[in-house]
Design a protein around this ligand. Structure first.
Ligand SMILES: [Zn+2]
Length: 648
């Protein structure tokens, strides 16, 4: 037999094949080595993920606190109920029990219970009673985990400022959105280990605890905020106005004590519309229309909306004139009912009557438009704009809320004589109410810059301060001398001028009224406002009252003036600013004071009759029958006929 020996050709092929095979093997070994060395951790992690059913644990969201530690927003423990399918022994019985206890549809619960997935959530934000019942029943496969729910104990209080959170506890508007990163904390996890098929491997659950969020300490004073909310509500309703705003701020450092918009909304039900008429047609509206209404309801008019400020802006023109030396307190002016600019005749508000001869100080008291047109003329557009920029009207105030609007004004090279003249008394320029407060604060606080704000600092869950916020401020914007002169002039506006409806015996109050015609003009729509500060010689508090579209009388002095008086006569004693009466004032019946009795714990009707017996008027706030709190507090001395608010 002759063996067929392989030919050289075949040998070559075999050798080649062998080499190829070896090369492939080496590559495979290298690859496995690479996977083990470099990707081992990732793969182990991936397998672990596949074999666990993670249950997230919500962290406790930090509270939002007022300046005295009262909780304006807090976190309440609720529970979430889930099922682990493989551990369930009786699907129907489990579904029936959960549907009954959680008040859910049986078919929907059964569908979730019987679905073959590792973990299925049945319901979140479950209240204590139902959660405890489920925990006690201890059904196999049913797990109950702690969760967190945001609550706002004061409902409508400062709603547009505090803001609210979405379903995932993330801040949507207001301080909740601005400080979300500090408030939210970090999620934790519960890991229950299983094999690839989802069966238990007998190892205990691993709990990675969540990290709680920090509490936000704010400058809001809950009592002043409640009171401002009441006052603006009454004012808007009495004048059948479209809306209203009260802001109370410390003009020395920019801390805001209260910011009340009315209408407001309930933070615990932020998607519930606050307008009964609108509610009737709500179901027929498109989702765009609904969003538009909700956004409007949530708007904070102090920072989101601009308006022509009108005469309160004369404070700015006065400051620029005094600082540049084109006018002094006693400079003479003459009002003939109008002022001619180029070929335009621009009227004084008193036209066709006139103010005649007056000093600059009297011109401010009279709020005489020609006086301010003449000052702006003396300054010229470029100088005037320097002051608009110094006061920051061309940018945002820097307040710690999102969505703030910038001022709207003509570019300086487009500001002709007519634009300049109308700007001098607060037209042809649009700013937010917050812009005005910031500028007025600088004008009277000694001339120093401030940044309006709410956030003071952060504290951990044990109450330890972990951060104190710092704001831009302190730089001299105008001279102390000009600021002092402005305080004196603005005090005379309240004592003798158009602001006299805010005069309160014993208190030195400075201020300025404004009546702005809304754009487009000639529709008879106005904004009445009043800006005031006290004590006039050392301002500790500044407030703005703004009433949008009042019906009937619309002048700032008559509409917003009395509201400011009510506000200040309660706010000043509350802040510990004592009245100092002059000899003449001591003779006034109006100032005789009475001590406020303690109404707490009383039935509302008893409390009201006690108030009347003591020469006070009383107003109920709240839905209950028993008085829980009162403003002013028990023991405080207030004037006769003052209003006492009884919180039930
Ligand atoms: Zn005049």
């Amino acid at each position: 037999m002759v063996l067929n020996r392989p030919t050289v050709d075949i040998k070559k092929k075999l050798v080649f094949g062998l080499i190829l095979l070896t090369a492939l093997l080496i590559m495979l070994v290298v690859r496995i080595g690479y996977i083990q060395v470099n990707m081992g951790d990732t793969l182990i992690e991936r397998a672990y993920e596949q074999q666990t059913r993670d249950r997230l644990i919500s962290p406790k969201r930090g509270s939002i606190l007022d300046r005295n530690g009262a909780e304006l927003a807090s976190a309440e423990t609720v529970w979430s109920v889930s099922v682990i399918h493989v551990r369930i022994d009786d699907e129907e019985k489990t579904a029936r029990f959960l549907a009954d206890t959680l008040e859910l549809d049986y078919d929907e619960v059964y569908e979730k219970v019987s679905r073959k997935v590792a973990l299925n959530r049945i319901k979140t934000k479950v209240e204590r009673e139902a959660a405890m019942k489920i925990i006690e029943a201890d059904l196999p496969g049913v797990v109950v985990d702690e969760d967190v729910k945001r609550i706002y104990p004061y409902n409508n209080l400062a709603s547009q400022v505090i803001g609210f959170v979405g379903r995932d506890n993330q801040g949507i508007i207001g301080l909740e959105a601005k400080y979300d990163s500090f408030l939210k904390g970090k999620e934790g996890k519960i890991l229950s280990q299983t094999d690839v098929k989802g069966y238990d491997v007998g190892k205990p659950d691993v709990r990675q605890p969540p990290t709680d969020g920090y509490d936000l300490l704010t400058s809001i004073d809950c009592t002043l905020q409640q009171y401002s909310g009441q006052v603006i509500k009454c004012a808007v309703e009495a004048k059948s106005a479209k809306r209203g705003l009260i802001v109370i701020m410390n003009p020395q450092n920019g801390e805001i004590y209260a910011m009340a918009n009315y209408p407001d909304f309930n933070l615990n039900e932020p998607f519930k519309i606050n307008d009964d008429e609108l509610l009737k047609i709500w179901a027929d509206l498109s989702s765009e229309e609904r969003n538009e209404y909700l956004n409007r309801m949530w708007r904070n008019s102090a920072i989101n909306d601009t308006y022509e400020p009108g005469s309160t802006f004369k404070i700015i023109t006065s400051v620029a004139g005094l600082e540049e030396g084109v006018v002094t307190e006693d400079s003479p002016f003459f009002c003939k009912g109008y002022h001619t600019v180029g070929d335009r005749m621009i009227k004084c508000w008193r036209y066709p009557r006139t103010h005649g001869a007056q000093t600059f100080k009297e011109g401010v008291q009279n709020s005489c438009n020609p006086v301010f047109m003449m000052i702006a003329e003396r300054l010229g557009a470029e100088k005037y704009y320097e002051y608009l920029y110094k006061f920051g009207f061309n940018k945002k105030t820097g307040i710690d809320l999102s969505g703030e609007a910038s001022g709207i004004m003509y570019p300086v090279d487009k500001a002709g004589p007519v634009e300049l003249a109308t700007m001098s008394f607060g037209q042809s320029i649009a700013i937010t109410p917050m812009h005005l407060l910031k500028a007025a604060a600088i004008a009277v606080n000694g001339g120093r810059n401030i940044t309006p704000h709410f956030g003071i600092g952060l504290q951990d869950s044990d109450g330890n301060r972990v951060e104190t916020f710092e704001y831009d401020g302190g730089q001299q914007v105008i001279s102390e001398k000009t600021s002092e002169t402005m305080r004196e002039i603005l005090e005379s506006v309240v004592a003798e001028g158009t602001g006299n409806k805010t005069y309160i015996p014993g208190y030195r109050i400075g201020g300025k009224t404004a009546t702005s015609e809304k754009l487009p003009r000639k529709r008879g729509k106005y904004i009445a406002s009043f800006l005031a500060f006290a004590p006039a010689d050392d301002p500790q508090v500044m407030a703005l009252v703004l009433i949008d579209e009042p019906s009937g009388t619309y002048y700032g002095g008559s509409v917003a003036g009395p509201v400011m008086k009510t506000l200040m006569s309660n706010v000043l004693p509350y802040l510990g600013i004592e009245p100092r009466y002059t000899e003449e004032e001591l003779e006034l019946e109006e100032i005789k004071e009475t001590e406020v009795p303690d109404f707490t714990g009383m039935n509302i009707n008893e409390a009201k009759s006690l108030a009347v017996k003591n020469d006070f008027s009383a107003e109920k706030s709240g839905e209950g029958d028993t008085v829980k709190d009162q403003f002013p507090k028990n023991g405080e001395k207030i004037r006769k006929h003052s209003k006492i608010i009884l919180y039930t």
